[in-house]
Write a protein that binds this ligand. Structure first.
Ligand code: ATP
Ligand code: MG
Length: 462
């Protein structure tokens, strides 16, 4: 199904185990109907494994332990996306829903189990300690699947209450918790996402919320909207690996996944009038990730929203800085080869052929711009603008986070963001610190007109 319309029939053949998808005839003949993926345009043909596996696997967690758990619980192979989505595929990323034929008629099942604060705390603790464990529950309530490696749960929020939906009802929010691999991960992600919004990037809305002892990053789903009757409507999306037909386990460019050029080509070929704006937004995201040392900005962390034949770049999500987890390298060490190896934090997509943060300077940006036919001066201007706003934006977001959950990781993030941003500015030939008048004035001399002129990031963006 696509939303509440039949899109087609997906089968796995009993003899060979091969996957096949055919679009439904009525769906095919409706020009306004949305394709499952840009990689599988609407056409009267049968899509098979090569086309289907990247899309289907892209809807499941990137975590073998969770998949093994699900496989054991449902008595199916954890390598089999068809069998897993038959169990958890009724609420996934985007508007597609995988519904077993016998459940198609069961619309009467719609219901929500509302959760009080104590239950929320217990649920989040369970998700943190045992990310795949929720499938052990007896009923089908709250079954969902989302990609990614981090511990998370998808829930419905309505009138301030949280609930586990069942039947046709979709979830509206994703709650992410730190699972111990990276300390305070949800708080660091909150600060990074908020800082991105403060410097003017289009990002998913986030809150940092405490439920008793548990702290969760609450992410509003941009692929769910309320219609005029207050019902949750699904908007279709796919990540860029899915759109390019790339398997999720090679999402990093260094493992064979998509790089900047492949993404820009995809946007230019498929976004029509929106392409130039989308390329600019994508480059803004590359700049932002370079400035905050975001190591995880692979093609599964960008998505397209699909509306019938139209597509646009989705708001940014899963932005997070690696700075709290990276011991800074001393000035002395910086020049030695050893230090280059030690601090060789890698980017998920290289810039002008370079994939370490510290190896990128003006020549790399220049090379990138030449390869993708983008104006270097604009990019340099954006780096200057964003980098002069970023340290304040990170500090403001950190202050907000600290009200909910103070942590050493956030203090490190604020300190290191300032140093890292100064280094990136030097690397492209700018002064380490933004122009003197920004910092040397006293607040009294700072007029409203001046604030407006330089676009104070913290005050400007809500
Ligand atoms: N705000 C949002 N609205 C709709 N879908 C979202 C949103 N945020 C994330 N998603 C979907 O959920 C998936 C998992 O989210 P996310 O990337 O934040 O998880 P993660 O576990 O941190 O991922 P990774 O393994 O890349 O670190 C995304 O790939 C995307 O499909
Ligand atoms: Mg992700």
């Amino acid at each position: 199904m696509m939303g509440d319309r039949l899109l087609g029939v997906l089968v796995q053949t009993a003899d060979t185990g091969r996957l096949e998808l055919k679009y439904d005839d009525a769906y095919l003949s409706d020009e306004s109907a949305t394709p499952l993926s840009i990689s599988m345009p609407k056409a009267p043909l049968t899509y098979r494994d090569r086309a289907l596996r990247p899309f289907l696997l892209g809807l499941l967690p990137d975590n073998d332990q969770i998949l093994q758990r699900w496989g054991a619980r449902f008595g199916v192979s954890w390598h089999n996306p068809f069998a897993l989505l038959a169990e958890v595929g009724e609420d996934v990323a985007g508007a597609v829903r995988f519904i077993r034929p016998e459940r198609l008629k069961d619309v009467s099942e719609d219901s929500v189990a509302w959760l009080d604060d104590k239950t929320m705390e217990r649920l989040l603790r369970q998700v943190r300690l045992d990310p795949g464990g929720w499938v052990e529950s007896e009923d089908d309530r709250g079954r969902f699947s989302l990609a990614g490696a981090q511990s998370k749960i998808a829930l419905l929020r309505e009138d301030g209450r949280w609930g586990l939906p069942n039947g046709q009802l979709g979830t509206t929010h994703i709650l992410k918790v730190a699972d111990g691999r990276f300390a305070d991960q949800e708080t660091v992600e909150f600060v990074t996402m908020r800082a991105a919004r403060l410097v003017g990037l289009p990002v998913a809305s986030v809150e940092l919320t405490r439920f008793g002892e548990e702290v969760a990053l609450v992410v509003e789903r941009y692929d769910r909207l309320r219609d005029e009757f207050g019902r949750v409507e699904r908007i279709h999306q796919e990540d860029l690996c899915q759109a390019l037909g790339v398997l999720p386990d090679v999402k990093y460019e260094r493992e064979g996944g998509p790089g900047v050029e492949a993404v820009v080509r995809l946007l230019r070929q498929n976004l029509g009038n929106h392409a130039d704006a989308a390329v600019e937004r994508f480059i803004d995201a590359l700049i932002f990730n370079w400035l905050v040392a975001g190591t995880d900005a692979h093609a599964k962390n960008y998505a397209l929203l699909l509306y019938g034949p139209l597509a646009e770049l989705a708001p940014l999500y899963d932005l997070t800085s690696n700075l709290p987890y990276q011991e800074p390298v001393s000035e002395h060490e910086r020049d030695s080869r050893l230090a280059a190896d030690r601090s060789g934090m890698k980017m998920a997509m290289s810039i002008g052929g370079e994939n370490t943060f510290r190896g990128v300077g003006r020549p790399e940006w220049q090379r990138l711009c030449a390869r993708i036919s983008v104006d270097l001066d604009r990019v340099m201007g954006r780096i200057d603008e964003m980098s002069s706003q970023l340290p304040d934006a990170v500090a403001a977001a950190a202050a907000e986070a600290t009200v909910v959950a103070a942590s050493a990781s956030i203090t490190k993030l604020v300190d290191r963001a300032a140093t890292h941003v100064a280094a990136t500015r030097r690397a492209i030939g700018l002064e380490a610190h933004p122009p003197a008048e920004r910092t040397s004035r006293t607040p009294r001399e700072d007029t409203a007109a001046d604030t407006a002129a330089r676009g104070d990031p913290v005050k400007e963006v809500t």
